[in-house]
Write a protein that binds this ligand. Sequence first.
Ligand code: PAF
Length: 283
Amino acid sequence: MTVQIVTTRDALRAALGATRPGLVPTMGALHAGHLSLIARSANENPLTVVSVFVNPTQFSSPADLDRYPRTLKRDATVAGEVGANLIFAPDVSEIYPPGFDTVVEVGALAQRWEGASRPGHFRGVATVVAILLNLVQPARSYFGEKDYQQLQIVRRSHRDLALPGEIVGCPTIRDDDGLAMSSRNTRLSRSDRSRAQAIPRAIDKVRTAAALGEMEAGALERIARAELNRPGIDLDYAAVVAGDSLEPIPRLIPGARILIAANVGGIRLIDNAAIALPETAPE
Ligand code: PAF
């Protein structure tokens, strides 16, 4: 499929006309996880826009922002191969024009977990997503469940600010070794990559214990921690939470999730999964 790359708001509007497309917001460096979102959008919408914008306001370290891979040409090719029609790749000043001074601040949902260790991160995410949704006016926007807290924050700001279209959450795509797809995985050494497999293993063990009847969040968290208590893994949190509010819960409830964040070889990795209740949940 031929992909058009546009870099300005005006060119975006001209290319879209009256069409309400599917939107896949990304920061580029596209991997199989992104491609699954693009393919789904292409299947459900007459036209698919992929935004490629390394958003400076969601980085706390200028070094991390500089280091972020920028691979626009390759991104456009691979996005086109799975059905994208338009790449919106604006400069920073196109998204944040001179004098820009407004932010989207989501409350309690953004304070815990990733919000606690990355202050301001979700403010940057919620702000740029609101701008992108307003510029593109999509019928549907696609986000991966891999960044589960981000997805919940986007859902909340989308609802609270009456942003356009529908938010579609899509399942995490995993590599053969179980690791959730992330642009950070490429920064793991071979030995750290093998250590990091303890994260999906911990999730599997938690889900298996729940399926066998363990309902106590504390016990499930201990199972995850035991799996992750290994040299080279610096665990930040392994928490059983309510799937919508992300508040800790004492016992499993419908929609419960396990959230995990750990540093492996200096690379912060996050993962999560739904925990199904046992078929016959004890009282
Ligand atoms: O998940 C990402 O890649 C980014 O946080 C997003 C949603 C594109 C906003 O910059």
